[in-house]
Design a protein around this ligand. Structure first.
Ligand code: SF4
Length: 255
């Protein structure tokens, strides 16, 4: 029997989730907990009901890989030859079996597959899906082991091991740094990121400020939202310039 994928949303016409125009599948459940997360409905692994202003809803619906592929293929005409399907989340690789089955079926239809991942997943799970995903967008957040454990609940050793494996596979397409002055955009972490990125000079790096766009979703879940001060465009540009001086292909994006 096919393993089902728990999904919160299928978003069409996405322009920042890999090459070309894409359809993005938001998988529910994450292995870490970033304070700045703007997708709180994607952190828990089970479906969650909510009621807000008299409107009832559910975050999360299970799809078998065949059901999902049937829905996704309806977008084929929009993918402009370069685009395809991106798995995002949450952490899609925590549902590696279902992502793998879905990607295998998409590949049968010659669909390009990508994934947005924080890479804090057991390496065995990661290896399961790796051969069927063409393009990886990998986050880099906190590289100090203790901070990463305390703030995100993530293990930097597993992260680093997964990055190395991914790079070796030739499927590492992009790094992404969510910047917030309170955690990831401190002088110390910026320095760690710079040293880390120097090992991967050919991989483009996108840098962006975290934002408070998840506010309404936090309200529906009745959860408090932590708000970052965010990082201004100028400071991001300066950092990218410094990275480029080290041979790192960094650019600022807005998402
Ligand atoms: S990895 Fe993404 S989905 Fe998971 S907690 Fe962090 S920001 Fe949210």
């Amino acid at each position: 029997m096919q393993k089902k994928l728990m999904v919160t949303n299928i978003q069409r016409m996405c322009f920042h989730d890999g090459p070309g125009i894409r359809t993005t599948v938001f998988a529910k459940g994450c292995s870490i907990h970033c304070p700045w997360c703007s997708n709180p409905e994607n952190i828990g692994f089970q479906a969650e009901t909510y009621e807000k202003d008299g409107v009832k809803g559910v975050y999360g619906k299970e799809y078998s890989p065949s059901e999902l592929v049937h829905i996704l293929l309806k977008d084929q005409d929009f993918w402009d030859g370069k685009g395809g399907v991106t798995f995002s989340g949450g952490e899609p690789l925590m549902q590696a079996e279902a992502v793998r089955e879905t990607a295998i079926e998409l590949k049968r239809h010659q669909v390009h597959t990508a994934v947005e991942t924080a890479l804090f997943v057991p390496t065995e799970k990661f290896k399961l899906a790796l051969p069927y995903l063409d393009f990886f967008i990998a986050d880099i957040k906190l590289l100090d082991g203790e901070l990463c454990k305390t703030i995100l609940g993530g293990d930097t050793q597993t992260y680093q091991e997964n990055v190395k494996l991914l790079h070796h596979s030739g499927r590492l397409g992009q790094f992404r740094i969510p910047c917030c002055p309170e955690y990831t955009f401190t002088d110390e972490n910026k320095e760690r990121l710079r040293e880390f990125l120097k090992e991967y000079p050919e991989i483009p790096v996108q840098v962006f400020s975290v934002h408070g766009l998840g506010k309404k979703k936090y309200e529906t879940l009745n959860r408090p939202m932590w708000e970052s001060k965010g990082v201004g465009q100028d400071a991001l540009e300066v950092y990218c310039k410094e990275l480029r001086q080290e041979g790192i292909r960094a650019e600022v994006i807005r998402i």
